[in-house]
Design a protein around this ligand. Sequence first.
Ligand SMILES: NC(=O)c1ccc[n+]([C@@H]2O[C@H](COP(=O)([O-])OP(=O)(O)OC[C@H]3O[C@@H](n4cnc5c(N)ncnc54)[C@H](O)[C@@H]3O)[C@@H](O)[C@H]2O)c1
Length: 268
Amino acid sequence: MFVDGKVALVTGGAFGIGFCIANELLQNGLKGVTLVDVDEAKGKDAVDALSLKYGKGKIIFVRADVVNKKDLEDAMKKTVEKFGHFDILINNAGVMNDTIWEKEVDINIKGVVNGCILGLEEYLPKYNSGTEPVIVNIASTAGLTPLYFLPVYTSTKHAVIGLGKALAMRENCGVQKVKLMTLCPGATLTTLIDNLESRAFTPRLTETVKHFFEQYPEEVTQNPESVATAVVKILENGGNGSVWVVQGGELYEIEIPSFTDYKKLRQL
Ligand SMILES: NC(=O)c1ccc[n+]([C@@H]2O[C@H](COP(=O)([O-])OP(=O)(O)OC[C@H]3O[C@@H](n4cnc5c(N)ncnc54)[C@H](O)[C@@H]3O)[C@@H](O)[C@H]2O)c1
């Protein structure tokens, strides 16, 4: 089992999907995990809850804003100091709110780029415990199929997919010592999707957005635990550069078209 005995850092790990990922990794034999989040109170609660279940000393919380590279680096340093190794980085922290789109771009793109640079170039190659280390970036199905009321969120998640694909291609140049994969969850029942109508890019859309989930097929929504299970599965079986969807609890790999595939759809 890949996860067994490894050390992980999960951004946005105090709550929602990130918390569930940390829990699932520990359930699968993880040696230690650093929860990185801006929410200190939730971070402390998360450490208490997980320590009660898995024992003291296996979980630490570091208050860090992923937008700030120094913050994130400090969290990686503390991970190595505490656990001796660092093998798995989950770039999960994100927001979904187009009314604060500049901040959303910073957190969802800059935060993931920061994690990738620090993880790929420095901390994972240097401090892994002997097997190939891994980064999983959490994108969204919105990075594949646009959400009309969240055009900026949609763009940030397209960016996360593109970033992961491009960085993983470094394998062809022989400089890649870290496996990099992308997971795109579909609608997942966390506070991220509460009050959807208050997050739309333009207030003119508020009324239509209110009813968005009423028309949404129930079978494509899922609990955050489904995303966490998917993370462990791809850590065990996924390849470098692979892109995965987990929707309605179902996990599958998808292909991004190559140059030669573009023309298959429609030619004039
Ligand atoms: N919930 C969904 O439907 C859904 C679907 C697809 C993708 N996602 C993605 O999954 C990820 C997690 O979402 P979630 O549903 O668990 O959201 P959530 O709001 O429940 O949890 C997000 C966590 O990230 C933390 N966070 C926010 N900004 C941060 C920052 N700058 N630095 C560090 N931590 C920060 C928050 O404090 C919170 O604990 C996000 O990237 C989101 O875009 C969610």
